[in-house]
Design a protein around this ligand. Structure first.
Ligand code: ATP
Length: 301
């Protein structure tokens, strides 16, 4: 009988692995129109992360052959630093993150982590090294504790609580009559956008990856929630190599490096102050957003 069950165990494990991967990806990417054609190279090794240095070297990519999205893009993200990617809608910011996660293979060039080509290591080891805080977090119809624990299989209660504290959601959870056993989702407690994002942050803290992708929410959070989330994110970025897909410029000011994507390549790179001085695309985007902010503030008065 045991013989009969072993394959089932294995199936269960495979299922869990696929489910974990699929949900991570579903959360961040549009699962519907994404082909699952990525295979491990025949002799793929395990990614050995030493410092978490990420490099895009002469990367070219298009979802279809006729329409290149990135052409000859080179980008260096030193270990432990934060790189914010900005650019107009459709410039390819999210695409960069998808490529680092190896959701697609490149048409040219390579992406390396600590010098290892990500196409030559197992997808499992690559994805274990990368944490994603997506725009919209998928929550299960289960307890809030379960939803956090999902970040790392086998996490125990003290670890879950510590992650919740790190994500500044523990007080909220403890206020619920059933605490960590409170059910969330369609048939349970409804979480706000900011609370959901905190669950994603707690999951990421449990996973404790050396590399982080933050896909900033496009949906508006109120300014206090936004400031609190930013503060939490800044804390979890410390010591990790972080790529922020920035949809609003207010969040990129403190990045070690800001990269402006335009027409498929890096048009400008520098710190906030450097890019403002340069008076190029970034300075123009900043002036435009500042004006929009002023207009919104005026309208609110
Ligand atoms: P935004 O700020 O609006 O989120 P972005 O800079 O993140 O935009 P991407 O999502 O990377 O842009 O998309 C870059 C381009 O690739 C867009 O023109 C988009 O239409 C196209 N694209 C994105 N995903 C796919 C896909 N799965 N299949 C085909 N084309 C795609």
């Amino acid at each position: 009988l045991a013989q009969l069950f072993r394959p089932l165990d294995l199936l269960g494990m495979v299922y869990r692995t696929i489910r974990q991967g699929a949900l991570d990806m579903a959360a961040m990417f549009d699962l519907i129109d994404t082909p699952a054609t990525i295979r491990d190279a025949p002799n793929a090794g395990v990614l050995a992360v030493t410092t978490g240095h990420v490099r895009f070297e002469h990367v070219s990519f298009g979802y279809d052959a006729e329409r290149p999205i990135l052409t000859d893009l080179t980008l260096d993200v030193p270990a432990g630093t934060t790189c914010a990617v900005v650019g107009r809608s459709g410039a390819g910011k999210s695409t960069l993150a998808r490529l680092l996660y190896r959701f697609y293979d490149l048409n040219g060039g390579r992406i390396t982590v600590d010098g290892q080509d990500i196409a030559q290591v197992t997808q499992a080891s690559l994805r274990a090294a990368i944490g994603i805080v997506p725009q919209d977090t998928v929550l299960f119809n289960d307890t809030i504790g379960y939803n956090i624990a999902y970040g790392r299989e086998g996490a125990d209660t003290p670890e879950i609580e510590e992650a919740a504290r790190g994500a500044a959601i523990s007080a909220f959870i403890e206020r619920q009559p059933q605490g960590y056993d409170t059910r969330v989702g369609e048939r349970g407690l409804k979480l706000s956008g900011g609370e959901k994002q905190r669950v994603a942050i707690a999951r990421t803290l449990l996973k404790n990856p050396p590399i982080l992708i933050l896909d900033e929410a496009t949906s508006a959070l109120d300014s206090r929630t936004e400031a609190e989330i930013l503060e939490t994110l800044e804390r979890i970025e410390r010591g990790r190599t972080t790529i922020v897909i920035a949809h609003r410029l207010s969040t990129v000011v403190h990045a070690d490096q800001i990269v402006v994507l335009d027409a498929g390549h890096v048009a400008e790179t520098g710190t906030h102050a450097e890019l403002l001085r340069r008076g190029g695309i970034y300075a123009e985007m900043w002036a435009r957003q500042a004006q929009e902010r002023d207009e919104t503030a005026l309208a609110a008065e």
